[in-house]
Design a protein around this ligand. Structure first.
Ligand code: PNW
Length: 545
């Protein structure tokens, strides 16, 4: 393989999870409640009534999970810290739970012992319930900014000597819009009284978004002022945003696609990336929101502008955009996956909002690079196979639609780097494990490893084998040699761990199904046909039953 078809030097790859989605052990070792604990248990909040009490039991099975990561041969693991494990009530004057700190500390040590770099998210939506009850959580600027910064400080102190990559906050859009606008995520606030007892969808999402940016910025300032010179890490925020294509060539739909992009990432109706990287809220946003639009003081702007060392990117799909619609949260743009000729943009995932369209990923990488000129860390990207929860594990592990998705995105990644010249430094497929998928409960599976929730056994899916092989083959050889040496030094060469259930044995075992060669269009087509054939058989079986 020619060097130009390789990943850049020091490229980081691994898999991602978040504390509330995998840990379980909700009442163990002094953990306090998060806003998702009780919310998930309210009737109708999750599709299957599932909650986070057990999840994938990863708080107990942490060593097995790290052994699984090691068996895959990843270079890094993106996980999040549960704030309420570290400070059960959350606040700066509340007691710190040493057991929580010890857990994450030994977790980081174990990762490093396997040559796996920790990539740590401080906040992945699990606000301590204590802070929601005490002062309304993200709605209270002065309190939340101080409490988040204090929590961040405790984490830097405890783990910063070993953590080189920090993410402050995951996808503020979801906290603001889904938590305080639509009310479908915790804390479940909106103007819709049939859904939520409290909230104001016309103001709270913008206030929450604003406070999240400020809290993030203060945590970064603290890191830069007090820790960066000795700990030498990178720190930034990670934002979700999907590529937007015009539905057709009409000027209004071309404009709609730009509005949709701006809405999620850059400008209207609110923005995370523009203030953080460029230092302003776009005037159009003020125009639309009028006196609902919050603003920063001069002093706050000086903390917010430039408050990220990189662009953290979570992205999953592409939307076809049509002007119209009354959904302010969507920039008054209608989304569809159906083209004017009736065809679909790509394969449909289990969740309605996701189809497979890799070219959109490449376009988005280019767009972000040109607009913000920051190195990009892709911190999430993935696919939930339709109906995967309804089939037995032996079939579920043959996740050809997910492989198709990752064949597309890995090629797009490589082209964006080597053909387009985009500075991309990491790629983390979501997720290491099937897990608690928020309002979807356990019905939607994003894992590259299947989890049997009854037995908690893990079964690598074919997509895991595909990804491991792809990254192993595309890693720059100097980087690979350096990292392999690190692994040997720390684990005496025993990185190929046998997983408890015996279903994975070693990296050498990650063979692809016979006849598979990644990359060629013919192969991609073959896998597409195979997936269609499997679906056809499944439909016949369902019909007979
Ligand atoms: C992200 N949408 O959430 C989160 O960071 C993960 O915790 C989650 O499991 C993953 O993506 C898969 O959903 C999203 O509606 C939730 O567009 C919803 C959306 C996007 C991302």
């Amino acid at each position: 393989m020619s060097p130009s078809h390789k990943l850049p030097k020091d490229f980081i790859w691994g898999f991602a999870t978040a504390a509330f989605q995998v840990e379980g052990s909700a009442n163990v070792d002094g953990r306090g409640k998060s806003i998702w604990d009780d919310f998930a248990k309210l009737p109708g909040k999750t599709l299957d009534g599932g909650n986070g009490d057990v999840a994938t039991d990863s708080y107990r099975l942490w060593k097995e999970d790290i052994a699984l990561l090691a068996s895959y041969g990843v270079r890094s693991y993106r996980f999040s810290i549960s704030w309420s494990r570290v400070i059960p009530l959350g606040g700066r004057n509340d007691p710190v739970n040493q057991a929580g700190i010890d857990f994450y500390s030994k977790f980081v040590d174990e990762l490093l012992a396997h040559g796996i770099q920790p990539f740590v998210t401080l906040y992945h939506w699990d606000l301590p319930q204590g802070l929601q009850d005490r002062y309304g959580g993200w709605l209270n600027k002065d309190e939340i900014v101080k409490d988040f910064t204090n929590y961040a400080k405790i984490c830097f102190e405890a783990l910063g000597d070993r953590v080189e990559h920090w993410l402050t906050i995951n996808e503020p859009w979801c906290c603001a819009i889904l938590g305080h606008g639509r009310g479908v995520f915790a804390p479940g606030r909106s103007s819709d009284r049939s859904r939520n007892p409290e909230g104001d969808s016309s103001t709270e999402p913008w206030i929450v978004a604003h406070h999240i940016i400020l809290a993030h910025a203060h945590a970064v300032k603290l890191y830069r002022d007090e820790y960066k010179s000795t700990q030498k890490g990178q720190i930034g925020i990670t934002l979700n945003g999907d590529w937007a294509l015009p539905y057709d060539n009409t000027p209004e739909n071309i404009a709609a696609a730009q509005h949709a992009l701006d809405f999620a990432i850059g400008e209207y109706p609110f923005s995370y990336a523009d203030p953080v990287y460029l230092g302003f809220y776009p005037p159009y946003m003020r125009e639309v929101l009028g006196d609902r639009m919050p603003d920063f003081t001069e002093e706050e702007w000086s903390v917010v502008k430039g408050s990220s060392d990189f662009y953290g990117m979570n992205t999953y799909t592409t939307n076809l955009c049509r002007a119209g619609g009354e959904d302010e949260f969507q920039g008054n743009v209608d989304y569809t996956f159906t083209r004017p000729d009736g065809s679909q943009l790509g394969n449909q995932a289990h969740c309605a909002w996701l189809q497979d369209y890799p070219d959109g990923f490449r376009q988005l990488l280019n767009y972000i690079w040109k607009r913000y000129k920051m190195p990009i860390y892709v911190t999430e990207n993935g696919f939930a196979v339709k109906g995967e929860n309804d089939i037995p594990v032996e079939e579920a592990v043959k996740d050809y639609d997910r492989i198709h998705y990752f064949q597309g995105t890995t090629k797009a990644l490589l082209d964006a780097i080597n053909v387009d010249g985009v500075d991309i430094r990491s790629y983390f497929p979501w997720s290491l494990l099937d897990n608690f998928e928020w309002a979807d409960g356990y019905t939607t599976r994003f894992g590259i490893t299947y989890v049997d929730y009854e037995t908690q056994k893990r079964y690598p899916k074919e997509s895991a084998r595909f990804l491991v092989k792809w990254f192993t083959e595309h890693e720059d050889s100097e980087t690979a040699a350096r990292l392999d040496k690190l692994k040997r030094k720390t684990t005496n060469g025993s990185s190929s761990t046998t997983i408890a259930n015996g279903s994975v044995s070693s990296k050498a075992d990650t063979k692809l199904p016979c006849g598979h060669e990644e990359g060629s269009p013919a192969t991609q087509q073959r896998w597409g046909i195979r997936a269609t054939f499997m679906k056809f058989i499944a439909a016949i079986l369902a019909f007979i039953r």
